[in-house]
Design a protein around this ligand. Sequence first.
Ligand code: 13P
Ligand code: SF4
Length: 302
Amino acid sequence: MKEERDAVILAHNYQIPAVQEVADLVGDSLELARAATKVDAGVIVFAGVDFMAETAAILSPAKTVVLPAADACCPMAEMVVPGEVRVLRERFPEAAVVAYVNTSAAVKAESDICCTSANAVAVVNSLDADEVIFLPDRNLGRYVARFTKKEILPWDGYCIVHDRMTAGDVEEARRAHPDAEVLVHPECRPGVIDLADHVFSTSGMVRHACASPCREFVIGTEVGLLHQLEKKCPGKVFYPLSNRAVCVNMKKTDLAKVLAALERLEPRVTVPAETAARARVAIQRMLDLPVGVSRPSTSLTF
Ligand code: 13P
Ligand code: SF4
């Protein structure tokens, strides 16, 4: 069906294993956004959540973008709306506005540049402004603040999955797995980040785990990543930092929905042309940064 429809399937690292296995590319938000600009196929089936499919539709307006689970959203992306960004701009006219890709197209359209977890530090440090309004993830904003001289004004949004993990979870995992390296996502709380060995985007964790001489890892992100880790790093052992770290929206996509999306080319994701044009500027500025500074290499070692 994929061949018949001239489609590619892009899947986020948090998708269920069966969906990851039928995908042409499995990756983090940055890799998937880059892929959306490069695919030759006429149809992109986006196995992820709505803002990711919207980003693909913005970057590839001539392509048909479908989101197999129409109700797969990101609660964090809904924690800031365009009117709030406009108010912030009025209050802090000198500040640049950085929107995490986990935002609606309408919020991206109000922003100067986008970032992902893989390049947030590099994006902020590439700006001329000394003040940066960082939307919507307070934890990622505070993480970036550790690596920049700029003043970060973080919005008060958060990921309901990552914000639930605690410093106590890290302490418990260290007791249970004393030889393991602890890798966490920058959407985690500052207290979790303080106790981790390294901080990476989802694909950054996979690259690090494969290259590390270490054999055991505690993984502080959504549990879906363990499939890619186990597949790409055979012989190594991965423990979730928390078994509660499940993003229900990422789990709404299954094989039946992927097949139905291919058959019907629905549910279709489109973005109004005027919003898309403005949001594209912010996304493209991020993608135009030199590849070297977009790599998810930022890490903390304590
Ligand atoms: P990355 O895969 O870009 O690290 O993002 C994690 C995430 O929560 C996406 O919603
Ligand atoms: Fe949104 Fe968090 Fe789910 Fe990612 S894991 S899609 S940030 S709710």
